[in-house]
Ligand binder design. Structure first.
Ligand SMILES: Nc1ncnc2c1ncn2[C@@H]1O[C@H](COP(=O)(O)OP(=O)(O)OP(=O)(O)O)[C@@H](O)[C@H]1O
Length: 770
């Protein structure tokens, strides 16, 4: 029967017994039979060992919180939290110095093996720095980890001189239940190790097998910085005092993330001050107790991957692309005139060096993200704002800056993955993408879901935080809400360290798409709203992109005019940039036409100073901007598209969404209709649903007519039948002639850009991805 640790509500696995029969893999990757039983055959309860009257009785509340440890950073590691998280009531004046289970004892400063649960039984090695109990009265030890070479993620900083059985001592800690302790480990210098085992191998039958390791360096695994080589026996003797010295050594010799930690704590809501923190090593800021240790993040043998239901997971090989030959463009050719430079800078795909007018939003996203990475906690940040308000650009910039901090060794490493609702063919693929980002394995969405569930529900020491940007979230809504629910739910799981940045166009997407019960759980969701840009802001944005373009080819009045026009409708920077870019194109064409410079401007033309003539003829003025706006809005196709019925617009929107999702221009009619219904349902003004219901009746007659013309089968397209016919007859879409049912193939016969342009500012439809 599984025993319980003293006071622990959690059943502790019948560890000692079960582990004995199992094969264990040690951190040194050496499989072993756990033949010797340090923890004994009997399942005794764990008990504290006290050192009496070490500390005077505390007059205050003895129940500390997780941050208390950080408070007293000058104290030795084992005493930094001046008392354990919670002392048992009868022991207020006693300090816990160790724990025992039957005849097995461990004390502060002991090197221990901790067993892993879950994917195979692996053992971890750590030094006990402190004992305590958590809010569930679970008896736990604060363990400073050793790490194997495989865990160093930065391939460039991996050492090539590591030895078999070598471990690095790391400045990273976790709380673990005593039940996960699986015996003592022996750490030694390489000299001692080779003196004892000249072949470098420990005989399998030896009691030391799988428990004995070499340590000659410390390493911050996240920044991959190493200490100088040391002799283990000179610096550590399994004693409590040595723990402090070891931490000091790691602190000074591995470049940890002190700078930013300190900064972050300055603004910490718990009221920490820099002075309190000092030069504390990278101890976790909040107590993160793990209940059961599970396996580390390591590349695994594909054949061993199984789901929690023990189904085998087929791991697909990563896709390998053969790069195409690269054509190197001559910068002189590309940017041979100011017009070309301006066009290129104003292009929406250009990555601006700064994001003016998004300083507050940037700071807010940055602070939340950095805090979550530093704390090692999960977080879910919901970012909303109408199209073109810089949501994606800001998030990417924040991630780039955080990444720069990682490179500078100022921040812990993190994984970043971007999942774009428009780029996945099916929302469930998000699971596969996330799993691939975490582990590097490509698996099917259903297997990925199983694996993610298990991953986030089990603690893994030193799990690297993962930041997921879920862009175009609206597109990831599934019928049963599962994808969105999971991505909102996982960050809240204690061990996930998952940070989700959900980006959508509407503020209330979670409320609208998740059931009341689920959305009510999102009260704590951090929400950041990106307002539409004002005309002043749009002006700044455009001007900043024109900085450095020679010749002042764009009149400031023209910029102001374009900005005002756009701000009045949408505050969409993308639209403002598009208009200005088109205006530059028009001005450039004017310049060429006026034959200021005959023919295409050539390299030499640009170089011999003929630009000035060209510029005189082609400056972007208010009139040019007006032409750009008119041109975009007045051609016959645009007018036709704008005058379409709502259901036709919706159908086109759905066709576009499908095309973007699949990357294939041809879609199945039934899927497009489903998409259209889904979009209609999500539309903020529910009038769209009502409209479609009304439209359905008149549509029915038309689609009957259509079916009679094109198919002998009864029409299945009822809701949008009329739209399909209208658009087909107008040459906007093409539909496989003989397939009037849902399996017919449909495709756009006009440019996608035309549709986008027509619907961009359409109040009825613009929220559906334009
Ligand atoms: N403050 C800014 N400074 C410079 N360029 C900006 C700024 N805000 C947005 N842009 C530019 O506008 C374009 C649209 O921005 P972005 O894609 O970030 O918007 P979004 O809010 O994510 O839009 P959507 O909801 O349509 O995805 C990009 O080219 C981006 O570089």
């Amino acid at each position: 029967m599984p025993h319980k640790s003293a006071g622990s509500p959690l059943p502790v696995q019948s560890s000692a017994k079960a582990a004995r029969a199992r094969r264990l893999l040690t951190r040194g990757q050496l499989p072993r039979e756990d033949s010797d039983d340090e923890l004994g055959f009997e399942d005794h309860p764990w008990q504290w060992m006290y050192e009496e009257n070490e500390y005077p009785p505390s007059g205050g509340n003895s129940t500390g919180d997780g941050d208390q440890m950080e408070d007293d950073t000058s104290a030795p590691a084992s005493r930094r939290r001046s008392k354990p998280l919670r002392l048992t009531s009868e022991s207020y004046d006693q300090k816990i110095i160790g724990a025992k289970m039957g005849s097995f004892e461990c004390k502060i400063g002991d090197c221990v093996l901790l067993k892993a649960e879950g994917e195979g039984n692996r053992a971890w090695v750590g030094i006990i720095c402190e004992f305590g109990e958590d809010e569930n009265d679970e008896m736990s030890a604060h363990v400073m980890w050793f790490s194997s070479e495989q865990e160093i993620r930065n391939k460039h900083k991996k050492r090539s001189d590591f030895l078999p059985n070598e471990l690095y001592i790391t400045p990273s800690w976790d709380w673990n239940p005593l039940a996960s302790i699986n015996g003592k480990a022996v750490i030694m210098s390489s000299t001692t190790f080779y003196a004892r085992y000249p072949s470098g191998k420990i005989p399998r039958r030896s009691k030391e097998y799988g428990k004995t390791f070499i340590c000659r360096r410390g390493c911050n695994t996240r920044t991959a910085t190493y200490t100088e080589e040391f002799i283990w026996e000179d610096i550590f003797h399994d004693a409590e005092e040595d723990v402090t010295a070891l931490i000091d050594r790691l602190k000074s010799d591995t470049k940890a993330t002190r700078k930013r930690r300190t900064e972050a704590k300055t603004t910490d809501e718990d009221g920490f001050h820099d002075d309190d923190i000092g030069e504390e090593p990278t101890t976790p800021r909040k107590r993160q107790k793990t209940s059961i240790i599970s396996t580390p993040r390591k590349p695994r043998t594909p054949s061993k991957l199984v789901t929690p239901g023990h189904k085998r997971v087929i791991v697909k090989k990563p896709l390998e692309f053969t790069p195409l030959g690269t054509r190197v463009l001559d910068p002189d050719h590309v940017y041979s005139s100011p017009f070309q430079t301006a066009r290129s800078n104003l292009h929406v795909s250009a990555v601006p060096t700064t994001l003016p007018c998004r300083e507050d939003e940037f700071a807010s996203v940055y602070a939340h993200l950095e805090a979550a990475i530093l704390d090692g906690t999960g977080a879910c940040i919901y970012i909303s704002g109408t199209p073109g308000t810089g949501k994606t650009a800001t998030v990417r910039e924040v991630v780039a800056q955080l990444n720069a901090s990682v490179m500078e060794d100022e921040l812990d490493d993190f994984i970043f993955v971007e999942i774009n609702g428009l780029k996945v063919t099916d929302p469930h693929q998000s699971y596969s993408l996330l799993w691939e980002a975490l582990k590097g394995d490509r698996v099917s969405p259903s297997h990925a879901l199983d694996l993610l569930e298990r991953e986030f529900n089990h603690p893994t020491p030193r799990r690297v935080p993962c930041v997921v940007l879920m862009d175009e979230l609206d597109q990831l809504v599934t019928k049963n809400q599962s994808v969105m629910y999971n991505f909102f739910n996982w960050p809240g799981l204690r061990h996930s360290k998952l940070i989700v940045l959900a980006v959508a166009n509407t503020m209330d997407l979670p409320e609208r798409t998740l059931s009341n019960k689920i959305s009510s759980r999102l009260v704590g969701l951090t929400r950041i709203t990106f307002p539409g840009y004002t005309h002043e802001q749009l002006m700044k944005i455009i001007q900043s992109r024109l900085e450095g373009v020679p010749g002042n080819i764009v009149d400031p009045d023209a910029v102001q005019f374009a900005s005002r026009k756009v701000a009045a409708v949408s505050g969409d920077a993308r639209r403002a940039l598009d208009i200005c870019r088109r205006a530059v194109e028009l001005a450039e064409a004017d310049a060429l036409e006026s034959e200021a410079i005959p023919g295409t401007p050539s390299k030499s033309a640009a170089k011999v100073g003929k630009d000035s003539q060209l510029l005189k003829a082609g400056k972007v003025t208010i009139a040019t901007v007006k032409r750009a706006i008119n041109e975009a809005t007045t051609n016959p196709l645009q007018q036709y598209l704008r005058g379409l019925s709502l259901s036709s617009k919706l159908l086109l929107a759905a066709l576009l969404a499908r095309t973007r999702r699949t990357g294939i221009t041809e879609s199945v009619l039934g899927e497009v209709l489903d998409e259209a219904r889904r979009m209609a349902k999500m539309d903020t003004g529910n009038n769209m649903v009502e409209f479609l219901l009304k439209d359905e009746l008149s549509a029915k007659a038309k689609s009957m007519q259509f079916a009679a013309r094109h198919s002998s089968k009864a029409p299945r397209v009822i809701a949008m039948g009329s739209s399909v016919i209208d658009l087909m007859e107008a040459g906007v879409i093409s539909l496989e002639a003989r397939r009037a049912d849902r399996t017919g193939k449909i495709r756009l016969s006009i440019g996608e850009e035309d549709v986008k342009l027509a619907f961009k500012d359409d109040p009825e439809i613009k929220n559906l991805g334009f």
